[in-house]
Ligand binder design. Structure first.
Ligand code: GDP
Ligand code: MG
Length: 434
């Protein structure tokens, strides 16, 4: 979308009101972008219709004229996406007494892995957990869960081949009478495609176990099919929440929008690695940016807004501030694998602080944290006190210790820039392609 977006901005930028034709042309591009990101066709169509309605004749520029027409469109589309993905952070219900979570989804979606991750997450929060291995479809599935259970340190009950749902229920009750748990998580069987026999089986087990949550696990790479899958599971076993897995891959995230909009259920978690710790809360704004492929543009718009809020903050010439760090990281990221590039920069490997490594994920984390800062904070990191650190950590989905590390790293880089500047007679170091 990168180029197209530039085109949109160039075409409509600078005007203060949008004509119907302009909105139409722009929305065609946005719809293409959504389809490219694997958003289901009908979802994309509805989305564009709703945004167009809001856009026609809209006065652009806001109160102070900081946002031009192109930015207004992008911001509206982005905000609407965030809205549709779920503006508020959603968490599954955990009531006093017994909670039963039923995990469903296609084969390979990540049910068993996510079951282990949930056990890990909630055990850390002090909950007593029982896992139930109810995937009798594949012989190895129950062993897979057993290994995860052992790794996390929670008990697991293995359902026998051909066991009646009522028997499973009775066995769970007996186990809980013996060893109480707050949370029972049931891993179930999947098939490669939606399948009537499987749905019947799941419905029968669900009826018996009366789960308090039924979580549909969706592989973010599912693409167009995500809508059908979500619709079918929801119709047959009434889903209460979603888990999107494999968001660490290069899926553009359209499946999340499709699954969410067809079920109307919240997305509780995002799977971000194969590891037991690889489960995070779902952040709609990250996925919205990813669907539109426009992290950069949103950063610009946020900064324009921040400028409106906090007034202009003058930048010291030659000072390497957090905005510089962010834009350099983003530029480097667009050029390819970062570790390789860093090594190409003359003097860089020697000048970098001891133990300094950059990987894609780290860059994304830094990006998220700096994006959560106000303009003033980026220009003058010294104002970032404890409560601001906490706000930034929360806003970007990180820990305060991550923010601390970022600020320390920036401090080190700033020193390094000063050193290089001195060496080169006052010029900022130039990196290839910048
Ligand atoms: P199930 O058939 O639904 O139980 O799927 P599994 O839990 O067995 O997962 C299928 C494969 O996807 C395994 O190789 C997992 O390691 C992998 N997987 C699951 N979740 C994630 C994730 O969030 N990120 C990545 N990279 N891999 C995942
Ligand atoms: Mg499984």
């Amino acid at each position: 979308l990168g180029h197209k977006l530039q085109d949109i901005l160039a075409k409509v930028g600078g005007q203060d009101k949008l004509s119907e034709d302009q909105v139409k042309a722009t929305m065609r591009e946005i719809r293409m972008a959504l389809l490219e990101a694997d958003v289901n066709f009908s979802v994309a169509k509805d989305f564009v219709a709703s945004v167009s309605e809001q856009l026609v004749g809209q006065k652009v520029g806001g109160v102070s004229g900081e946002l031009d027409a192109g930015q207004t469109i992008i911001k509206l589309v982005h905000d609407e996406l965030v809205n549709m993905l779920g503006a508020d952070k959603a968490e599954p219900t955990l009531q006093a007494g017994r909670n039963v979570w039923f995990m469903v989804g296609l084969q390979g979606a990540g049910k068993t892995t996510s079951t282990g991750k949930l056990a890990h997450l909630y055990k850390k929060q002090g909950k007593k957990i029982l896992l139930v291995a109810a995937d009798t479809q594949r012989p190895a599935a129950r062993d897979q869960l057993e290994i995860l259970a052992r790794q996390v340190g929670v008990p697991v009950l293995k359902v026998e081949d051909g066991e009646a749902p009522a028997t499973t229920k009775a066995r769970i009750d007996a186990q809980l009478a013996d060893k109480p748990a707050d949370l029972v998580i049931v891993d179930t069987a999947g098939r490669l495609q939606v399948d009537a026999a499987l749905m019947n089986e799941l419905a029968a087990l669900k009826n018996e176990l009366e789960p308090t949550e039924t979580m549909l696990v969706v592989d973010a790479m599912t693409g167009q099919e995500a809508l059908n899958v979500a619709q079918n599971f929801d119709e047959r076993v009434r889903v209460t929440g979603l888990i999107m897995t494999k968001l660490d891959g290069d899926a553009r995230g359209g499946a999340a929008l499709s699954a969410r909009s067809v079920t109307g259920r919240p997305i509780y978690f995002a799977g971000v690695s194969e590891k037991i710790t690889g489960l995070e809360p779902f952040y709609p704004d990250r996925i919205a940016g990813r669907i539109l492929g426009m992290g950069d543009v949103m950063g610009l718009i946020e900064r324009a807004e921040a400028a409106q809020l906090s007034g202009p903050t003058d930048k010291q010439p030659g000072e390497f501030d957090l905005d510089d760090l962010l834009s350099q990281l983003r530029q480097i990221r667009r050029m390819g694998p970062i570790g390789e590039l860093i090594k190409l920069i003359p003097g860089m490997s020697r000048a970098l602080p001891e133990g300094f490594t950059v990987d894609e994920q780290q860059v994304q984390r830094i990006d998220a944290m700096i994006s959560a800062m106000t303009l003033e904070e980026r220009r003058n990191p010294r104002v970032i006190n404890a409560s601001r650190r906490e706000r930034i950590a929360k806003g970007s989905g990180h820990d305060v210790s991550d923010v601390n590390k970022l600020l320390k790293m920036h401090e080190q880089m700033k020193m390094m820039m000063k050193m290089l500047q001195g060496m080169q007679g006052g010029n900022m170091p130039s990196m290839p392609g910048m």
